[in-house]
Design a protein around this ligand. Structure first.
Ligand code: ARG
Length: 276
């Protein structure tokens, strides 16, 4: 049964913004030793909040239709990138994508473990700016809730996990080489939170985007080599057991001097409060 995606705010979204003021209980942090570009395979059981966004209709069945990542922040709520639901990415208006699913608890996209859950509702940040890429977040409401152990807490503004030099891990099923080698299993790469100045210098404004520190987070390795890449968008950047970023954009993948740019989760919380 098709339900048009809502454009207005939904009750679950308001509840989410309210809930994040309180500490969420969650499973203990599970950060990969290494980690995607320069990453390594990880068990989804150790990072159950990392989910795949999929549409077999749009992307074919070989990798279960995976095209973006997402992260479970409440039992029925998954965050992803706004640009993942753009017509550019989907190749069709999102209202026409009838089989949008969240795949949870499955590392290998060729397997059939875990669950494929229908997306009941999608809220795309109306302030997402496709020029700078700021505000790159969407909120998906699941038709069926996941167990509480899938949920990862979000790091509020002022959380030490946002400090430059913090070790973090990025998760996804995206390109592992930068040449279109999409992963069949979940990978993670270890990166560090980089000073805003590094991304401000790398991305002063071009067709790729413009780094805005209030809504974005800079992460990678000074010499490159470890990064998110195409297909990882919307997926989690995790530090100290908390969600700090969503994979958003970058110039190439893993290039020295071109770090990964993430949607800053503390700004996502601000956006959710503002819209509830
Ligand atoms: N926009 C890409 C996607 O849709 C993610 C790019 C991330 N790039 C990077 N170098 N960190 O999957």
């Amino acid at each position: 049964m098709r339900r048009p995606f809502a454009r207005a705010l939904t009750a679950p979204l308001a509840a989410l913004a309210a809930a994040v003021a309180l500490p969420l209980t969650s499973s203990p942090p599970a950060v990969a030793d290494e980690g995607v570009i320069g990453g390594r395979p990880v068990r989804v059981a150790d990072s159950p909040w990392a989910v795949a966004l999929a549409s077999r209709d749009r992307f074919g069945g070989t990798r279960a239709g995976q095209f973006c990542g997402g992260v479970v922040v409440a039992r029925s709520t998954v965050l992803t990138a706004a640009h993942c639901l753009s017509e550019d990415v989907l190749g069709a208006p999102r209202g026409e994508v009838r089989d949008l699913k969240v795949i949870a608890g499955r590392s290998d996209l060729r397997a059939d473990d875990g669950a494929e859950i229908d997306v009941r509702d999608a809220w795309i940040n109306p302030d997402y700016d496709g020029y700078t890429n700021s505000g790159d977040v969407a909120v998906l409401t699941l038709a069926t809730p996941l167990p509480g152990g899938f949920v990862i807490p979000m790091a509020n503004d002022g959380d030490a996990a946002y400090e430059a030099g913090t070790g973090a891990a990025v998760y996804g099923w995206g390109d592992t080489t930068g040449t279109g080698d999409y992963a069949r299993t979940l990978h993670a790469a270890r990166v560090q939170v980089l000073p805003d100045a590094v991304c401000e210098e790398a991305y002063p404004g071009s067709s790729d985007g413009r780094y805005l520190p209030s809504s974005m987070l800079c992460a990678g390795e000074p010499d490159g080599g470890k990064d998110a890449c195409q297909g990882d968008s919307g997926g989690p950047l995790v530090a100290q057991g908390r969600l700090i970023g969503l994979v958003s954009w970058g110039s190439g993948c893993g290039r020295a001097g071109s770090p990964g740019v993430y949607t800053r989760v503390s700004d996502v919380l601000r956006v959710l409060r503002q819209h509830s």
